[in-house]
Write a protein that binds this ligand. Structure first.
Ligand code: PEP
Ligand code: MG
Length: 879
């Protein structure tokens, strides 16, 4: 059997060999290959690491001759000698796995120093202080990472020495003191390890290499791999490189630069450097580095060389580079290059610019921007560089951040909000009655309720930040206080909420503005070209619809008509309709509502001209439109106390109370709601259907193209769909013949209960489209209340790994997903052109979108503000 080749000089590898040489090694090899000034070095492969774990130290015995030969080549290239001679060769040893991986051994610098070589280095460089400083740094690093001696032992000695010298900084310690400290350091090593510090550079090298191999399997590294789903079978490479020094004098220096601005994406070299310094000094922040452009005046030739190299590297890797360099006696060396980390804003601009510069294609640009980054661009964010005082953590119910004064009452929120003040509405939980306060507030904070609670859904719809289910908060709305962890805030005090992370923060935290730039729009258009599943939006008002369209929605997948009845001018008419004791009374009220609905629909259909608009008929239980029983009783008591027993208001309230009692259910979510309302009170649905068609006919007469989809909620029985389809067709026929014109329309159903999914074939006989209402479908499949489960037990379930993901956030593939697949396949078998989408909150979740793509859905529908995230997610699902 031939031995594997375990050692590669930098000059032998290239960028494609990441698996074998690790990311760092492959990049160093590539740079050497294209002729860049990389200090000579070699890489022990990831296969060597894996063999070490199989065979143990014997592996090192076997490959050691190869290491010696490789070091001999470095000696020749640098004209220095390792561990002896007048001009000693020093090495750095660094780990480098195929994927970037914190948790492993990082770096040992200045390897090869001992009591003799340090003298040679001092003599040769003419800088004794530099030589001893390098030696003591080496002992510290080596002892810490290879020998396991805690660095605090050494740091304590340095602190004592500085005190004795009355100086504050390490660089003020002179050569003689370092020399004394080095002696002391060695004693510490002896005491702690019961062995001498290794003086033989070959032993140092062998131990350092072995330490890198071992660090592949430390508990930290293993945990990191498990969490990030990185294979244990990759192994890490070891890079051994000739040391170069940026701290030998004024013609030396070190720095870090990016080929484009990592925070804005702007083109041009961006970074900083320090004259006469080592890499650590830039990081340690003892001296303030200079902007990279100043290198242009201090070392113009080198600066030009750096610019040329940076641009060459960027063209080579076709991505923004993060480059480490050192200047040793007027010679530039590149120590590392990698793809630069960047903000969301920078990611978008760099990707689009690079397509326009011909560096990458559109697909690559789309791949480089994550849904997470898109999310960040659409909402104000807490500036991550500012320290914050977190009071409590709740659910990240609607992304973005908001700052405002605490207000407990929705009316007050409306009043103060409308007068231009920034307020945060703080409630136990919100109800449809609070909508005006929610609308006027900058954000919403609730102590109860989950990710699909009223506050969460409405806030997402409005694009406002919301933290829900923050159980740690004690809200006393009567006293006007909010307490948490022993601290109390009063009405009017300023809070910041971060709905992306679920944080409640004391005080006014600076926020970063969102950005829907031209580049961003361009990138999303490219994303659409990659995607198979389209993105529609959930929108209830013309303004929402217009916003959704601006964000790129290709239709409305859910218009929840009940939200239209919540407006202050409509609610009384709605109540009138509900408490009607005869059909005539109900029809009178419905006639008034029809006029209002027609106007609503006209606005939405106009805003979405040419695109489908899915209007869902009335869904919630009717009691939601009536005041709470206790409220009615309170008002009644007041009237009776005033002796107004027979007043018309009193009689009306009595009727309302009787109706509220009659409509009361122990389980309203499983009760008299959805299409059950339309079957029992057909006049309600008939009114809505008429309003839809009349508004469409009106617009069609104006030449506006309308595409109405009428959707029935909570269908679970074929007969429901059959009757409601017949109702729709009957009304269409009547109105179309009256108007002398017709519009094409579709009638379909939501799939929100397991039975609907299981009889999808029966439903598809009458339904022309399906839309998965995964909020209710999750609720009914698991038997978990969508309003309560999250903060009662679900969060703990996820923390305890009873469930892998919160099922109201990400589609449960095995259960809910299975029902979706059954419905999809059975529905399409009966009706091959059945349109199928999703309009539950999952429609905006990247992971769920990937699942919908896999199922083959036509569209996902989500709140307008999530449309861009969904567009990029749909593209990523297809790539
Ligand atoms: C659903 O149940 O998923 C749905 C979209 O309807 P709603 O959230 O209005 O119940
Ligand atoms: Mg529903």
């Amino acid at each position: 059997m031939t031995e594997s080749k375990y050692i590669y000089d930098f000059s032998e590898g290239n960028a494609d060999m990441k698996g074998l040489l690790g990311g760092k090694g492959a990049n160093l090899a590539q740079m050497s290959k294209i002729g860049l000034p990389v200090p000579p070095g070699f890489t022990l492969t990831t296969e060597a690491c894996l063999a070490y774990w199989e065979r143990g130290a014997g592996l090192l015995d076997d490959l050691w001759a190869g290491v010696e030969e490789a070091v001999a080549r470095l000696e020749k290239a640098a004209d220095k000698t390792f561990g002896r001679g007048e001009n000693p060769l020093l090495l750095s040893v660094r780990s480098g796995a195929p994927v970037s991986m914190p948790g492993m051994m990082d770096t040992i610098l200045n390897l090869g120093l001992n009591d003799e070589t340090v003298e040679a280095l001092a003599a040769n460089s003419g800088e004794p202080r530099f030589a001893y400083d390098s030696y003591r740094r080496f002992i510290q690093m080596f002892s810490d990472v290879v020998l396991g001696v805690s660095s605090t032992h050494f740091e304590n000695e340095i602190v004592d020495a500085k005190r004795a010298l009355s100086v504050r900084q390490d660089y003020e310690i002179d050569a003689a003191t370092w020399k004394k400290l080095i002696k002391r350091f060695k004693e510490i090593v002896k005491r702690e390890t019961r062995s001498d510090f290794p003086v033989d550079p070959w032993v140092q090298l062998r131990q350092a290499i072995e330490a890198v191999f071992k660090s592949w399997n430390t508990p930290r590294a293993k945990t990191y791999r498990r969490i990030n789903k990185i294979s244990d079978a990759l192994g890490t490479a070891v890079n051994v490189m000739t040391m170069v020094f940026g701290n030998l004098g004024e013609d030396c220096g070190t720095g870090v630069c990016f080929t484009r601005n990592p925070s804005t994406g702007e083109k041009g070299l961006y970074g900083e450097f320090l004259v006469n310094a080592q890499g650590e000094d830039v990081v340690a922040g003892i001296r303030t580095p200079q902007p990279i452009a100043e290198l242009g005046s201090t070392m113009p030739t080198l600066y030009r060389e750096l610019l040329a190299i940076a641009s060459m590297l960027e063209r080579h890797y076709r991505d923004m580079q993060d480059i480490e360099f050192t200047i040793e006696r007027n010679r530039l060396f590149i120590l590392q290059t990698r793809n630069g980390k960047r903000t969301a804003r920078s990611a978008v601009l760099v990707a689009v610019d690079m397509v326009e510069e011909g560096l990458i294609d559109r697909t690559t640009a789309v791949r480089r921007v994550t849904p997470d980054q898109v999310e960040k661009l659409l909402h104000k964010q807490v500036d991550p560089s500012v320290p914050v005082d977190v009071l409590a953590t709740g659910l990240p119910a609607s992304p973005g951040a908001a700052v405002g004064a605490i207000v407990f009452d929705p009316d007050e929120a409306e009043r103060r909000g409308d007068s231009g003040e920034a307020v945060i509405l703080v409630r136990h939980e919100t109800t449809p009655d609070d909508i005006h306060g929610l609308f006027a507030a900058q954000g919403v904070l609730t102590s109860h309720g989950g990710m699909t609670s009223h506050a969460a859904v409405v806030a997402r719809g409005l694009g406002k930040p919301c933290v829900s289910g923050c159980e740690a908060l004690e809200i006393d709305a009567d006293r006007g206080t909010l307490s948490c962890g022993g601290r109390t805030f009063a009405k009017g005090d300023i809070l910041t909420i971060d709905g992306s992370r679920g944080l409640v923060i004391a005080g006014n935290v600076p926020l970063m503005e969102p950005a829907m730039t031209d580049e961003f729009r361009k990138l999303l258009t490219w994303a659409d070209a990659e995607a198979a599943v389209r993105v529609w939006a959930n929108a209830d008002t013309p303004a929402d619809a217009a916003r959704a369209r601006d964000f790129g929605a290709r239709g409305i997948g859910l218009c929840r008509t009940e939200h239209m009845f919540m407006a202050p001018d409509r609610l009384p008419v709605m109540k009138e309709m509900i408490i009607a004791s005869t059909k005539e009374e109900r029809v009178t009220a419905l006639d008034k509502l029809q006029v209002m609905q027609e106007e609503d629909y006209r606005g939405i259909f106009r805003a979405m001209e040419g695109l489908p608009v899915t209007v869902r008929l009335l869904d919630p239980p009717l009691h939601e439109f009536l005041p709470k029983e206790a409220e009615i009783e309170g008002a009644l008591k007041k009237l009776r106390d005033e002796g107004r027993q027979k007043a018309p208001e009193t009689l009306a309230l009595e009727r309302t109370l009787a109706k509220a009692k009659a409509l009361k259910e122990s389980n309203p979510m499983l009760g008299f709601r959805g299409c059950r309302l339309g079957i029992i009170y057909p006049e309600i649905y008939e009114m809505q259907i008429r309003a839809i068609f009349l508004s469409c006919l009106h617009l069609a007469a104006e030449g506006v193209e309308v595409v109405p989809h009428i959707m029935m909620p909570l269908v679970g029985v074929q007969e429901e769909m059959k009757r409601l389809k017949a109702m729709t067709d009957r009304i269409a026929e009547e109105l179309f013949s009256e108007a002398g014109r017709s519009v094409a329309y579709e009638t379909g159903t939501m799939i929100e209960v397991p039975r609907a999914a299981l009889i999808a074939d029966e439903l598809a006989e009458y339904a022309q489209f399906f839309s998965f209402g995964t909020n209710d479908l999750t609720q009914t499949t698991f038997g978990y209340s969508r309003d309560d489960a999250e903060n009662k037990f679900l969060a703990q379930y996820v923390a305890m790994r009873v469930l892998p993901e919160p099922p109201f956030r990400s589609v449960d593939r095995n259960g809910v997903g299975r029902l979706m697949r059954i419905a999809f396949e059975d529905g399409r078998r009966v009706r091959p052109d059945l349109g199928i989408g999703i309009c539950g909150e999952h429609g905006g979740d990247p992971d769920s979108i990937a699942f919908c793509h896999k199922l083959g859905l036509n569209y996902v529908s989500c709140s307008p503000y999530r449309v861009p995230v969904a567009r990029i997610s749909a593209a990523h699902a297809a790539l």
